[in-house]
Design a binder for this molecule. Structure first.
Ligand SMILES: Cc1ncc(COP(=O)(O)O)c(C=O)c1O
Length: 378
């Protein structure tokens, strides 16, 4: 029986998978079980920023796996504090909670915001995606994801994205926090206008509301800065991250300002696996790879990629937009057929929000590989 048939029998069928069985990866290339090569413009959904099997990540995992894999948070480890210090310095925030995914980081952020503000309500944006656990789903806007699981947590208001006034109008004395993606990912690679995040920051400051930035998809160099909010120089009170943080190994974090973080006390939140020595070592390996110029490379190659995509002329192409190597091509038709055709011709893509082709390749992708992707699309 082949892999796809077995999957249909044994794996709960919640994923819409593309019909390819991936066996190996290196840099921006993956190979399927038949040896067919693909340029990977999905990167495990914006995870493999340092490329598949980056030597620094592989060697960090190997070394750590031979020493200590897991201890629980009943004890200290050197790798965990080393990573926490690094994340605090990269974000200019103060204290870190380590977990295993973006959803868990979102969940932790919502709990911290409630505890720190002593209020209950949240404001999120139309088109938002923050995860699918009950809390994270409650601030995720799409009806399609929410409907079957209601009632979700009460007191969440959705406002149009990129509209600061709508946030100002929605804030009440019961608002604990505003949660936003600095650039929306699943919502269709939506980039806000330049003054948006600053205006939201000011509104939150004036009303004493906490501001949470979800950098799960936009973090770790994806947009040409370490974190997307840095394009606009706006600091949140709480930031969440995951995806590219471990170079492919599962790890996430919630990072907060000291004054907010200190409201979380012993027993308020926890994770058995969170911040395991192995995950932290993988993350330190990935960060050290990113520090070798990959963030700048994302900015530079992102411009090149966007320019090339922008030169494609077709009635179906409505707009090409992006920052760094987080690029969306909005179509006037559904994108799935193009994703299928591109895959047949050796390019992995995916489509978000039905009509937006998303390009989030490893930041190590070469110009030649970008040229090939554009040629295939053409
Ligand atoms: C912005 C954002 N937040 C949160 C999540 C959830 O992360 P995870 O799938 O690691 O739980 C995602 C996943 O796509 C995301 O894009």
């Amino acid at each position: 029986m082949n892999v796809m048939d077995k999957d249909a029998i044994y794996v709960i069928q919640i994923y819409t998978r593309q019909p390819v069985v991936i066996a190996e990866g290196k840099g921006a290339i993956v190979w399927d079980v038949d040896g067919k090569e693909y340029i990977d413009c999905v990167a495990g959904i914006a995870v493999n920023n340092v490329g598949h099997c980056h030597p620094k990540v592989v060697s960090a995992i190997k070394k750590q796996a031979e020493r200590l894999i897991h201890t629980s948070n009943l004890y200290y480890t050197e790798t965990q504090v080393e990573l926490a210090e690094k994340i605090a310095s990269l974000t200019n925030l103060d204290k870190v909670f380590l977990c295993n995914s973006g959803t868990e980081a979102a969940e932790a952020a919502l709990k911290l915001a409630r505890k720190a503000s002593n209020e209950k309500d949240f404001i999120a944006a139309d088109g938002s995606f923050h995860g699918r656990s009950m809390g994270a789903l409650s601030v995720t806007s799409r009806e399609k994801y929410r409907k079957a699981f209601e009632p979700l947590i009460p007191g969440v208001k959705f406002v149009p994205y990129d509209d600061a006034e709508a946030i100002e109008d929605a804030i009440t004395p019961r608002t604990a926090a505003v949660i936003l993606e600095p650039i929306q990912g699943e919502g269709g690679v939506r980039i806000p206008s330049d003054g948006y995040l600053r205006a939201v920051r000011d509104i939150c400051d004036d009303s004493g509301t906490l501001l949470i930035f979800d950098e799960v998809q936009t973090g770790f160099g994806r947009t040409g800065r370490w974190f997307a909010s840095m394009h606009w120089g706006v600091q949140p009170d709480i930031m969440i991250m995951a995806k590219a943080m471990g170079g492919g190994f599962p790890i996430g974090a919630m990072v907060a300002k000291e004054s907010v973080a200190q409201k979380f006390q012993r027993g308020d939140h926890a994770s058995t696996f969170g911040g395991s020595p192995l995950a932290c070592a993988a993350s330190l390996g990935a960060i050290s790879a990113l520090e070798k110029g990959l963030v700048e490379r994302s900015a530079k190659l992102g411009k090149y990629f966007m320019k090339k995509l922008g030169e494609l002329k077709h009635d179906y192409i409505k707009e090409v937009r992006g920052k760094g190597l987080m690029i969306g091509m909005e179509l006037t038709i559904g994108g799935d057929a193009i994703v299928d055709k591109a895959r047949e011709r050796g390019v992995l893509l995916n489509c978000v929000s039905e009509t937006v082709l998303r390009f989030v390749p490893p930041l190590v992708i070469t110009k030649e590989q970008i040229d090939r992707v554009v040629e295939v699309l053409g």
